[in-house]
Structures are given as structure tokens and as C-alpha cells.
Ligand binder design. Sequence first.
Ligand code: PLP
Length: 401
Amino acid sequence: MSHIPLHDDLAAQLATLDHDGLRRHRRTLASPCGPLAIVDGREFISFCSNDYLGLAADPALVEAACDGARRWGVGSGASHLVSGHLAPHDALERRLAAFAGFPRALLMTTGYMANIGMVTALAGRGDAIFADRLNHASLIDAVQLAKAQGAESHRYPHGDLAALERLLAANPARPGQRRLILTDAVFSMDGDLAPLPGLLELAERFDAWLLVDDAHGFGVLGPQGRGSLAHFGLDIGLSGQARAERLVYMGTLGKAAGASGAFVAASETVIEWLISRARTYIFTTGASPIMACALLASLDLIEQGDARRAHLQRLIARLRDGLSATQWRLMPSPTAIQPIIIGDNHAALRVAAALYDKGIWAPAIRPPTVPAGTARLRVSLSATHRVEQIDRLVDALKECA
Ligand SMILES: *Cc1c(COP(=O)(O)O)cnc(C)c1O
């Protein structure tokens, strides 16, 4: 083959993406994150964001961010390990640890970085990873990096405890081997919950750690929004300190918490290890102190957010009831993520475009984000949606049938 210059090569591949309905485009919003979005001068009801509690533009967070900027400035100026760890970061870590029910927490700049950092710090040569097939891309990438460090990896069918048990039994622990089970708590494109009690039981039985990515459960599930572990009664407050020796918990702060960032909560020893060894923590600039200040305000609202969570549950029920007698196929999701399976990439794009014409914005999600042949509309609901807006979505979908 003759040499193809980089640009021609990429242009040809972009044309293939167009042809396959896989080219990605962005829309620019002229409005803050909320139930209504202004795009190209038109107003849309948006079912796109992960802002499940409606905190992203909440006045209390905005106030806390402004106050925080005046007191602490905008940037942290260095990595946390050098001089970028300011008092608001420290206060936030203490709040997050107490809230999630773990001895310690470590603030990270994003959930992607948190997953990469914790998995690669915990699994290297000779270690073994067992991962759910539908885990988020950041966990998949983390496993690839751990494999490059010499870890072995196994994937089990989505949520299948029996299959995982067989895998663990077929790969018994070797002396000195670290074994990690990795799972999303709420699966980001399906909205269903991982069987966390069963996973923890297997972790205990087969001498493994359970790493839980609670990007979509933190703030939404469990008493006071304490997350998926609390939802299942697995937080250590109820089950005793020993659980923390088996569990590493990752929550993100850009979804229900309405800001950005993430944290890992675990035992004292695990957190100390991550501070010394997680490369995505060590070699990056510390989070903005503004974010830490906004997040302290966000935690107050999450804790007091029962009314928001109850309204969100009403909206979920309203949508599911509204679509139950239609051709639209919902997944068995009890969460704010309510995907409507379409299948074909182009068909998913056509439905999304038809809704868009009616002033409703719900994203078409295609491979590689979801398995081939399962393109879908990913409807996500927020406590700031009104019931009438859900009804508008249901009516528009009926018209599109
Ligand atoms: C969004 C998400 C992440 C990444 O978190 P960011 O803070 O957005 O980088 C990780 N895991 C899951 C399951 C997610 O949905």
C-alpha cells in the first residue's frame, strides 16, 4: 500500500464513521445545565444531563463557588502532593469519607482519573482482575493499563454472579496475588444495579477486593443519597469495619453532586497507598479550590435532598407508566437513567432527530459506548424536571412511533 498522509487517512476514516452513523457532533448550549436548554436560539426540554438532583446551577452552589473564589482564588497552582492541597480540599475529603461511611477519602479531579489511578495502583504483575462486561469505559481502560503492567484480566457476563463464581473458582488465589472485582454500581447506559451484596459475598469468599464505581448512585440512591452501598445496607456503619478491608468505593462529583471531580473512599491504608502510588493523582494539578467549596455546599443539599429524590422517583414512574402500553422498549431500570432501546444506529439517530424537531433533546447512544445492535435513546431524568415535561416526552414518543 502506498503511503497515505495522515489527514487523508483520517478524513477517509471520518467518512466511514459518517456512513456507519458513528460520527460524533457537539451542540453548543447558550444556557446553564438544566431541564431547558437553548441551542441555536431554540429552547429544548433536555433529557441529557447526569445532573440528577438539579444541583449543577443551584444558587447555593453558585454562591459557595463565588465565595470560594474570593477566599481561595481560582487555581490550586500545583499537584496535591506539592502545594496544591488547600484547606477546602481537606475539609471536603473529611466530609466525603464520613458521608460514604469509610475511614478515609481521596479527592480526584475526575472519575475517569480516579478509576485509572486506583486500578493501576492496586493491580500489577501477577495480580488478577475480574470485571463486568458492561463496565464504564474508564474501568475498561484502567484494566488495559493494569494488563500492560502484567496483571491478568477476566470479564464476566453482565451482573452474572454464577459466572463470576466459576471464574473465581477456576482462578484460585496465588500467594501474594491481589484480586480485584470491578463493577459499576449503576450501569451508565442501562440504568440497572449491580448485585452488590452477592459481589461482596464472592469477594469475601474468594479473597478478592470489590471496587465499586458509583458514578450514578452517589447522591441519588440510599438514605440521604449516600449511594449504592448504603442502598443495599452494605455501608460499614451497618456492617462493621471489616467491610472496608474488602471494599473500595469511587463516587463522582460531576453527576448528582452537580460540580466536577470524584473521590475514592476506602480504608486508611488503601488511601495512603493511593496518595503515594496512583499516578493520575500524583502527576496532575490539584482540583480547583472553587470546586471543593461548591461541593461542600452540594453535600449539604444532597443530605437534605429527600424531596428532590422523591420527586425524581415520581418522574421515573411517570415515564415508565406513560410508555408501558407503547411500542417503545424500556430497560428494567429503577434509576434516573431510562434508556429506550432502538437497535440500529441510523434508526436511533432518526428518532433522536424527530424528537429534536419537536423541541425535545434526548441523546442517541451508539457503539462503542454500547454493544453493537443496541443503539438507544438515553433518557435521563432530573429532579428539576416537571411532570408536564415528562408528559411532553411521552406524547412526542407516541407521535414518533
Ligand atoms: C461518568 C462516569 C465516570 C467518569 O466520571 P467523570 O467524573 O465524568 O470523569 C466513571 N464511571 C462511570 C460509571 C461513569 O458513568
